[in-house]
Write a protein that binds this ligand. Structure first.
Ligand SMILES: [Zn+2]
Ligand SMILES: [Zn+2]
Length: 93
């Protein structure tokens, strides 16, 4: 593997490290330095597994965060659209 790898989960993020358990490339957001920066990182699923959390619990946590992220993104997009639309409308007159 000499080409720059992308995160296994975020396909457009450049990987900054490799999970030492599953050996897949992940970006900084996906890697957990559970034992400090001098130890090889784990990806979040492997870190949760290592911590003894069941995979169903981690799936539920991920889904919850995803919904919040989409909601916030929707609010942000609406606000951005309003900020663009209001000056454009007033300049028409
Ligand atoms: Zn892993
Ligand atoms: Zn990632």
């Amino acid at each position: 593997m000499t080409t720059p790898a992308n995160c296994d989960k975020h396909l457009f993020e450049e990987a900054t490290g490799m999970c030492r358990a599953c050996r897949r490339p992940f970006c900084a957001d996906c890697l957990v330095y559970a034992q400090g920066p001098n130890h090889a990182p784990l990806c979040i699923p492997c870190a949760l597994t290592a911590a003894g959390v069941r995979s169903t619990a981690s799936a539920r946590a991920r889904r919850g965060r995803g919904m919040t992220g989409r909601l916030l993104a929707g609010i942000g997009a609406t606000a951005a659209a309003a900020m663009v639309a209001i000056p454009a409308l007033s300049s028409l007159h």
